[in-house]
Design a protein around this ligand. Structure first.
Ligand SMILES: Nc1ccn([C@@H]2O[C@H](COP(=O)(O)OP(=O)(O)OP(=O)(O)O)[C@@H](O)[C@H]2O)c(=O)n1
Ligand SMILES: C[C@](O)(CO)[C@H](O)COP(=O)(O)O
Length: 399
């Protein structure tokens, strides 16, 4: 085994926040803090595995609050302090032998994706690096509420997690220290073994939820995020619409008919102002119907001489372009031709190809069917051909 693993330490009790539950299991919106943190790492394509270090008392809580991740992560139990929990995590990963580990607090659910990427890159280059951001406030040393002295903030940074290391480096550093209780982060342990550690600049948003005020801040962050996501989803929300079309043309003297864009030799032709392609006309009406934009006659009046003898392809192209102009998509079309002759079966494949071409969609979204009317009615007496069509489209939600 090799690759990059994340150790998420989640065995703390959250005493400073003073909630009923350990803080990592408190909800931010719909998800627990730990679930949000896990999601951040599991979503990252350069992370090969995630180990969660939990408290033995929290098994039920973990199952309840992180159920969707239960079969995606490995679990081990933590110790009495953060660094003991990290040590337990490192021991549990011995058999996996990752190249790089990122140690991260469960209580930091807002880590930036690029920061994780940069840290992994450092680890893969054989270096140790941690997320941190520079101190911007003036610093005072205080005792009994009285300032004793100013502390020069120059060169001071807030250390955060994730903290990335080549696996052997951080494991050996933890093994080398007898009493880990003096250490509050992994970088300090690695430093004690003489390793140099660099910084990947992170930001305040990667704060650790430690106090009740932090929880309020985190709730506001998640609410803002959810409002933004809701608005974006709403903007891109599509609705499905279905339209129906019907057309009839009668026969006259001729030697071929044009059906669904294909010329078929026949003893008669269909009479019409245009090429009288009854199939394409029905389908054009179906698409215009789904758009609620009138019918073929609204856009191409038979009284207008410019459409005399016109190829019906252009009517269908017009309807297709209306869908595209409204940021829509044609999902499926289904045409039924009703005639005794000519036979549709031998021409069906070519018709499907032709209609898919005109609509610029995959042929597997185009259906053409045919039926006779059992010699009944005008189609049965071979006086003309009827066509019905259904079109399903998607359009951005209208409201
Ligand atoms: N014995 C411990 C103590 C802490 N942690 C984890 O280390 C991270 C940072 O610790 P901190 O914020 O101090 O968490 P708690 O120890 O839970 O908080 P508190 O000190 O307020 O009790 C947390 O994700 C926490 O769950 C841990 O795995 N094992
Ligand atoms: C590891 C850490 O989050 C880096 O800022 C921090 O040291 C944890 O400290 P805590 O005392 O366990 O909150």
């Amino acid at each position: 085994m090799s690759g990059t693993w994340a150790i998420i330490v989640a065995a703390g009790r959250g005493s400073r926040i003073g909630a009923d539950l350990p803080k990592q299991y408190l909800k931010l919106g719909d998800s627990s803090i730990l679930a949000l943190t896990l999601d951040n790492f599991l979503q990252h394509s350069n992370i090969d595995g995630v180990l969660v270090v939990t408290h033995p008392d929290d098994e039920e809580l973990f199952k309840r609050e992180c159920s969707e991740f239960a079969d995606k992560v490995h679990i081990t139990f933590g110790g009495a302090t953060r660094q003991e929990s990290v040590l337990n995590g490192l021991q549990a990963l011995e058999s996996m032998r990752p190249d790089v580990v990122l140690v991260h607090d469960a209580a930091r659910p807002f880590t930036n994706h690029d920061v994780i990427t940069k840290l992994i890159h450092a680890g893969n280059s054989g270096k140790a690096a941690i997320a941190a951001f520079p101190v911007v406030d003036s610093l005072k040393q205080v005792s009994n509420n009285i300032i004793l002295k100013n502390v020069d903030r120059n060169g001071l940074w807030h250390a955060q997690t994730p903290q990335a290391f080549p696996f052997d480096v951080i494991r050996d550093a933890h093994f080398a220290i007898e009493d880990l209780s003096n250490y509050t982060d992994d970088a300090a342990v690695a430093e004690a073994s003489g390793h140099q550690i660099s910084i990947v600049t992170s930001g305040k948003e990667n704060f650790k939820i430690t106090t009740p005020e932090d929880l309020v801040q985190a709730t506001m962050t998640i609410n803002n995020r959810q409002t933004k996501e809701y608005k974006m989803a709403k903007e891109h929300q599509m609705e499905s619409r279905t339209g129906f079309g019907y057309d009839v043309h009668c026969f006259e003297e001729g030697d071929h008919v044009t059906l669904c864009g294909v010329d078929i030799p026949h003893i008669k032709k269909l009479k019409g102002h245009s090429d009288a392609d009854v199939g394409l006309h029905a389908l054009t009406d179906a698409i215009l119907g789904a758009l609620c934009e009138g019918d073929i006659g609204t856009h191409f009046p038979p009284s207008d001489p410019q459409w005399k003898g016109a190829l019906s392809d252009q009517f269908l192209v017009f309807a297709r372009d209306r869908v595209l102009a409204r940021q829509g998509k044609i999902i499926h079309v289904d045409v039924t031709l009703v005639c005794e002759k000519p036979k549709i079966g031998p021409n069906r494949e070519l018709m499907v190809t032709k209609m898919a071409e005109i609509l610029d969609i995959n042929p597997n979204r185009v259906s053409i069917k045919a039926t006779t009317s059992e010699k009944l009615g005008f189609t049965g007496r071979e006086e003309g051909i009827a066509a019905q069509a259904v079109a399903t489209i998607q359009l951005p939600s209208a409201d």
